[in-house]
Design a protein around this ligand. Structure first.
Ligand SMILES: *Cc1c(COP(=O)(O)O)cnc(C)c1O
Length: 485
């Protein structure tokens, strides 16, 4: 008999692996436990970069040595969004149980196209919970995806399918009318990107005016729709935003729901971070009308505080959702028993076929904390934004540059008599100094042609004292830098 030499990728010594894995877990936990002790961000030093950028490894390496390099050269240099004073763009922190969810999901490694398995039941449950939070009916469908952009793409794809009466899936858009989608000047840039990807072209997306508070002007949408119809275009969808990136403004969803009903348009809500304000009783009223929209997209990796990547798309009309993504294979007679008793339910709701078990970290997080506590942390973030705005208004050298309806604050340092350009240079330098000195990470935007420091608080680790650290540092850097510019 021939001796076959068989190989696989499991450890030869599971006990030794277990010890190394426990050490790695301790490293991960220490990293999280002490995240506030270091700076939010520091650049990747040359020796760490060298540690990372080795040649293609041909030979086996030693796991212990590889993990030591991770600890030394990779873990200490993250984006910084886990830190209590990270408020740039809109990023979440991650949670310890979220980390466990990712680890356990990876250990199971199930395939989430569908199938009769525990993981499908978990994802179905998470979607049902989310539908309840957003005020959607039991018949709604939904899907966990990589993030807000993919969730928004999903909603817009269903809108495109539901509001066209030609065979778009088979024949495409060629020869049909030009489709039109509406949002405001405050709508996130995913809108053009997704119109492009869906074959509508970037021109399909019309940005209309927003009011002083950053909310879309519904009358401007009505006018644009009428104009486009006169021209022979086919309006299909309004994209409302619940929580604009720049200022956290929430469009008047109820009025937009009326408008979409009257005009036979799909109402999609981009609630990337803002929709989760639905978890907070004191904020829920700001989202009135959300329960009437046709689809909503939101991120659990932002204001759900979970580790990347996890976003969610919900569609009120489950059948419209399925008919957008169903493939031919789904029409084959399902056997009703066995591992695949039915159609591949999740693959039929989105672009992906092979899908991972993102639902586990969501399920663990919600079961552990309960949605009421998550809602209270969201409320705390909104209160911290209010406190920051109040301190800015109380400081003569600081100027608030936008209203603060939610958790985003735009402001700048001012020197009396300085022209706009000089103030912009000064505030750009303040922003970089805060990052490079390891103090805090705001980002920036432009409001009414004025360069603004922008603080978006979707951070469960932020404490009120961190707000003071920020204000004190801006005043300090502002004074010092003003003498050098
Ligand atoms: C973050 C964000 C997006 C994009 O979501 P990703 O998860 O980054 O893909 C879309 N819209 C708004 C309002 C956002 O804040």
């Amino acid at each position: 008999m021939n001796e076959r030499s068989e190989i696989n990728l499991d450890p030869e010594d599971w006990d030794a692996f277990s010890q190394q894995a426990h050490e790695a877990l301790d490293t991960a936990i220490d990293h999280m436990r002490t995240v506030a002790d270091g700076p939010p961000w520091r650049p990747l030093p040359a020796d760490a970069r060298r540690d990372i950028e080795g040649p293609l490894p041909r030979e086996e390496g030693d796991l212990g040595e590889v993990l030591a390099r991770v600890k030394r050269s990779i873990l200490p240099y993250p984006t910084g969004n886990a830190h209590p004073r990270f408020w740039g763009w809109v990023m979440g922190n991650g949670t310890p149980e979220g980390m466990l969810g990712d680890m356990l999901a990876s250990a199971m490694n199930p395939h989430l196209a569908g199938y009769d398995q525990s993981a499908s039941a978990v994802e179905r449950r998470v979607i049902a919970w989310m539908a309840e939070v957003m005020g959607f009916p039991d018949t709604a469908s939904g899907l966990l995806v990589s993030g807000g952009t993919m969730a928004n793409l999903t909603g817009l794809a269903v809108a495109r399918q539901a509001k066209t009466d030609f065979d778009l899936r088979e024949q495409g858009l060629a020869g049909g009318p030009r489709l039109r989608v509406y949002g405001s000047v405050e709508t996130h840039s995913w809108a053009e990107k997704c119109c492009d990807v869906l074959g509508l072209g970037r021109v399909a997306f019309r940005r209309v005016a927003a009011d002083r508070e950053g909310r879309v002007v519904p009358q401007a949408i009505r006018a644009a729709v009428a104009e486009d119809r006169r021209r022979g275009d086919l309006p299909i969808c309004v994209i409302a935003t619940a929580g604009t990136v720049d200022t956290g403004a929430i469009d008047d969803l109820d009025t937009l729901a009326d408008l979409c009903r009257d005009e036979d348009l799909w109402l999609h809500v981009d609630g990337a971070f803002g929709a989760l304000a639905a978890l907070a009783p004191s904020l829920r009223h700001k989202l009135r009308g959300l329960e009437r929209c046709d689809s909503v997209a939101f991120d659990l990796h932002k204001w759900g505080y979970l580790p990347y990547e996890v976003g969610c798309a919900l569609v009120r009309d489950g059948e419209a959702h399925r008919s957008t993504f169903r493939t031919r294979a789904s029409y084959l007679q399902p056997p009703g028993r066995g591992l695949q008793p039915d159609v591949l339910e999740f693959a039929d709701l989105g672009v992906q076929l092979s899908r991972g078990f993102r639902a586990l970290k969501v399920w663990i997080s919600l079961e552990t904390h309960g949605v009421d506590k998550i809602g209270r942390v969201i409320e705390q973030n909104v209160d911290q934004a209010r406190v920051l705005a109040a301190r800015i208004e109380a400081e003569g050298s600081l100027e608030l540059l936008a209203p603060v309806p939610l958790n985003v604050v735009c402001f700048r340092y001012v020197e009396p008599g300085w022209p706009e350009e000089r103030l912009e240079s000064l505030n750009r330098e303040i922003l970089l100094a805060l990052q490079e000195d390891g103090v805090a990470i705001p980002s920036s935007t432009v409001r009414d042609s004025r360069f603004a420091l922008r603080v978006a608080i979707t951070n469960h680790r932020t404490r009120y004292t961190d707000i003071d650290v920020l204000v004190d540092a801006v005043l300090d850097r502002g004074r010092r830098l003003a003498t050098t510019l």
